[in-house]
Design a protein around this ligand. Structure first.
Ligand code: ZN
Length: 146
């Protein structure tokens, strides 16, 4: 039985009881960026610090990726025979930024702009060591139907 390993170092805290995405905050203008950056995309400041981002946000926009992705952090099953379309979108983390992310759902009927989403982790593939490679995704927070 392999262990779970992150798809890339420094994208999220791992292992952790409650993993979080890692971003950068500009120490000059407080701009928040994801993934981590060594200089600020807004003010070009050269001073940033690593920040743990929030775990919940609202779906800002979404689409369904119908073909295998080419590169991390979305790498995974690239076999056209077994590939399954998956949702991708932007989730707005309040007061922070919009994160481009894989979604755990791929049915357009399930997706609503503004729906509450929560950070989770999904297996992508098993590497040569038998470890399960995981990446981050956002899942809808179960709402009680009135
Ligand atoms: Zn800045």
């Amino acid at each position: 039985m392999g262990k779970q390993v992150p798809v890339a170092e420094g994208v999220f805290t791992w292992p952790a009881d409650e993993p979080r995405l890692l971003g950068s905050t500009c120490t000059d203008c407080a701009n928040v960026m994801f993934p981590t950056q060594s200089s600020c995309s807004k003010c070009s400041g050269q001073s940033t610090e690593v920040t743990e981002l929030g775990r919940t946000g609202e779906l800002w926009t979404w689409t369904v990726q119908g073909y295998p992705p080419k590169s991390p952090p979305y790498a995974g099953d690239v076999d056209p025979q077994t590939f399954e379309p998956f949702g991708v979108g932007y989730v707005e983390l309040p007061g922070e930024l919009r994160v481009e992310t894989r979604l755990t759902i791929n049915d357009p009927a399930q997706m609503k702009i503004g729906m509450e989403m929560e950070l989770t982790f999904v297996p992508l593939f098993t590497n040569d060591d038998g470890d399960e490679v995981v990446t981050f995704a956002f899942a809808p927070i179960e709402q009680e139907t009135p």
